[in-house]
Ligand binder design. Structure first.
Ligand SMILES: O=C(NCCO)c1cc(-c2ccc(F)cc2)cc(O)c1O
Ligand SMILES: [Mg+2]
Length: 214
């Protein structure tokens, strides 16, 4: 019977990456997706921009919206200080099951809390469920029509503090026009666009980095 693309990505990790070595997990997925089968990981080019933002922010608390196979989850977690915590939300149970195994292979399970379900349902529960005050960094990479409502929800739930950083993938391709319009025109954010390319392609895409001003 037919395997899924996430299952084939996990197989590539288990075949080509070293257990406990997050960078080898990232490399194995990039090799597979560049040379064998495209997949919607943030990828190596945008991943370098992600890395630079993570190291600059040096966050103690991170929220990732949209885990997929755990590529960016592993990429971010591998750069976090020892006591930092990353919570990642994934709607699709199949994706979540694969991501758990990719995260385990990278040896990062103790830094990462993967939560299965809809972001809109979970965001209001994060404080009580995980003892979170606010997030230092949020990586938005889930359904593109959820970026704006979930950002407004995070504001309303008091999950952002003065200086919290939002980093949004795919603001050009597939595109998040309503989110961009809001975040670039809101007096409560200072935004910066990092031009790049859609993962593993020559198409334009980019990341939007926004600081919440309180
Ligand atoms: O839907 C996306 N993510 C949420 C589900 O996990 C997503 C899609 C694409 C993409 C797809 C199809 C295409 F033709 C172009 C782009 C790229 C991404 O980086 C993404 O994050
Ligand atoms: Mg993406």
């Amino acid at each position: 019977t037919q395997t899924t693309r996430p299952q084939r990505i996990l197989a590539a990790v288990q075949k080509n990456a070293t257990r406990g070595d997050p960078r080898s997990v990232v490399k194995a997925i990039d090799q597979f997706c560049r040379h064998k089968e495209w997949a919607m990981n943030v990828g190596d080019e945008k991943g370098c921009i992600l890395d630079s933002v993570v190291t600059e922010v040096n966050p103690a608390t991170v929220l990732e919206l949209g885990t997929y196979c755990g590529y960016s989850t592993v990429r971010i977690a591998s750069l976090l200080p020892s006591h930092a915590k990353l919570i990642t939300l994934e709607f699709d149970p199949g994706n979540a099951a694969i991501a758990r195994q990719v995260i385990a292979w990278a040896g990062l399970a103790d830094k990462i809390q993967l939560v299965e379900g809809a972001s809109g349902d979970w965001i209001p529960k994060l404080k009580e469920k995980f003892g979170i005050e606010t997030f230092d960094l949020v990586f938005l990479d889930h359904w593109k029509d959820r970026y704006l409502p979930d950002t407004k929800l995070m504001e309303e739930c008091g999950l952002l503090r003065k200086g919290s950083i939002l980093l949004a993938d795919n603001v050009i391709c597939p595109g998040t026009p309503d989110y961009l319009e809001y975040i670039r025109n809101s007096p409560r954010y200072k935004s910066q666009y990092f031009k790049s390319h859609l993962e593993y392609t020559k198409a334009e895409d980019g990341l939007e980095k926004s600081v919440f001003l309180g």
